[in-house]
Design a protein around this ligand. Structure first.
Ligand code: C2E
Ligand code: MG
Ligand code: MG
Ligand code: MG
Length: 289
């Protein structure tokens, strides 16, 4: 009887795997065409300075407008792109598009100081990553110091020696570097201190519970204090509510990102957002002078 049950289990299990493999193969096939068909888009989420209330940066987040399935979030297809290696080409497309849009914003008199771009593990280890990215931004006329590359702790920790080497190459070219989802990757500070990092991004799983959850409150407080001690900037991710914002302000966290201010926006909506936030800031300034 146990054998029977075992076999049934096995049966369901393989069916499950097959369905998964099938979906994976379909995606793989469609993904490779998606770049040529121009089906990817970038949405931009504003990063707000708590001291000035101004937008000091944007995070570029990729979306796939699938012809039948509609909008697909990166959580769905980045892992497949990573497995197949397509991520390298997609990554080059992302930097190019993000820099072009920065230029468009400048021309529309809505300049934003900085653009944050995510790198997955495979991109990070891509040969000549630093040179390729440097060539693209130079061609478009963006300074490396305007670009912040985001890497998760786990990407960095996979191979620390290699990571130090790549960070140094990027740093020499003038790129800013951020540790994304900070607090989830079990890195030790002792290891991170060897890296030329500018920014820590506090993972939104810790921001969610502040200020009521004592553990989250303690963790966020400690990360902000530590970042300050190390001379790093801090961005809190996933700020959705006023009470979270107040807590972060009291800690003098530099900047925040989250639905409380804005979801990631397509270019046209971003322009409207920037226009509105510009005039709000002007009103505040004339009111206080
Ligand atoms: P991430 O870099 O940690 O990006 C933050 C994610 O949190 C985004 O999800 C964003 O939409 C979401 N988010 C922002 N504010 C809030 C909030 O207040 N509440 C909640 N619940 N969520 C919020 P998204 O766009 O689905 O991206 C997921 C992940 O996919 C990113 O995590 C990043 O690791 C990856 N990704 C996105 N774009 C790219 C890309 O161009 N290249 C690579 N390699 N990875 C990317
Ligand atoms: Mg990120
Ligand atoms: Mg993150
Ligand atoms: Mg994340």
């Amino acid at each position: 009887e146990a054998k029977q049950r075992g076999r049934n289990h096995y049966h369901f299990y393989t069916q499950d795997i097959n369905a998964q493999t099938y979906r994976h193969l379909m995606l793989e096939n469609e993904l490779s065409k998606a770049l040529e068909r121009d089906e990817f888009q970038l949405h931009y989420q504003p990063q707000i300075s708590l001291a000035t209330g101004k937008v000091e940066g944007l995070e570029a987040l990729v979306r796939w407008e699938h012809p039948e399935k509609g909008y697909l979030s990166p959580g769905h297809f980045i892992p497949v792109a990573e497995d197949t290696g397509l991520i390298e080409r997609l990554g080059l497309w992302v930097v190019r598009r993000a820099c072009e849009d920065m230029k468009r914003l400048e021309a529309a008199d809505l300049p934003v100081p900085r653009m944050a771009i995510n790198l997955s593990p495979r991109q990070f280890r891509q040969t000549d990553l630093a040179c390729q990215y440097a060539a693209i931004i130079k061609e478009i006329g963006i300074q490396a110091s305007q670009i912040e590359l985001e890497l998760t702790e786990s990407t960095i920790m996979q191979d620390i020696d290699k990571a130090v080497e790549i960070f140094e190459a990027l740093h020499r070219l003038g790129f800013r570097l951020a540790v994304d989802d900070f607090g989830t990757g079990y890195s030790s500070l002792n290891q991170l201190k060897h890296f030329p990092i500018h920014t820590l991004k506090i993972d939104r799983s810790f921001v969610r519970g502040i200020p009521q959850d004592r553990d989250d409150a303690a963790i966020v407080t400690a990360i902000v204090a530590m970042a300050k001690g190390l001379g790093l900037e801090v961005v809190a991710e996933g700020v959705e509510a006023r009470h979270q914002l107040e807590f972060l302000k009291a800690l003098e966290c530099e900047s925040v990102q989250g639905y409380y201010f804005s979801r990631p926006l397509p270019y046209d909506e971003l322009c409207e957002y920037l226009q509105d936030s510009c005039s709000t800031n002007q009103q505040k300034q004339s009111a206080s002078s």
